[in-house]
Design a protein around this ligand. Sequence first.
Ligand SMILES: C[S@@+](CC[C@H](N)C(=O)[O-])C[C@H]1O[C@@H](n2cnc3c(N)ncnc32)[C@H](O)[C@@H]1O
Length: 234
Amino acid sequence: MVTAEMPRDHLPEGEEKRRAVRQMFDTIAPRYDLVNRVMTFRLDVGLRKKTMRASAFEPNSLILDLAAGTGDFCIELEKDGHRAVGVDLSYGMLASARTSAPLVQGDLLALPMPHQSVDGAVCGYALRNLVELPAFFAELHRIVRPGGRIGLLDVSRPDSRILRTGYDFYFNKVVPKIGAALSDAAAYDYLPRSLSYLPDRPAMIEMLSDAGFSNVVHTQLQGGLSQLLTATRV
Ligand SMILES: C[S@@+](CC[C@H](N)C(=O)[O-])C[C@H]1O[C@@H](n2cnc3c(N)ncnc32)[C@H](O)[C@@H]1O
């Protein structure tokens, strides 16, 4: 049986991270949806809908689902009447996708799309897996047309001490056990650790502004268990 080769003694950076993340998602792809729904009690479905509402795309837009995985955002985008295209680094995840939208294998840091070629983009639960956030935000700015909108959804650690205690217990103790039982131990041991890759709120807002986005709004969802960034391409 193939297992994820994500190191447990350190959080990889640079090319080591890119390779480990890709191999990990290739490994867990067949059971990704099952584990996701069990772990999040299906709350991830509602969060994607919220992301799309907050992104406020114009009708019938061409929207990229970046780090599309198994294509959940593509499905929601098409239900809303948009044209969706999914991009992901992992062939395994794309091969397990359940969407009819076109899917492209590619790296978010070097997107295979021309300048200003799309009306907007969404990205679900992938920011912490990227090697470099400013480079991703620069790519987003390159491919989205002026006036286009973006919505970036990821997990976060709540501010409230009570919620944080529950969160730490669930993500550090329960999630790795669910993941190990249903899928792959190393992959779901990495998941809670990967949160520390994410810069804090002010830093992410500043990075998006520096990349050329305006109206940058950071919203805490579910009491701070998830975070959403929306912005307009200048
Ligand atoms: C946690 S999954 C999220 C999948 C999907 N967006 C969702 O909402 O369920 C993270 C995804 O990011 C992809 N990914 C990680 N690094 C990437 C990169 N540099 N370029 C493109 N995709 C990447 C992984 O292959 C994986 O499918």
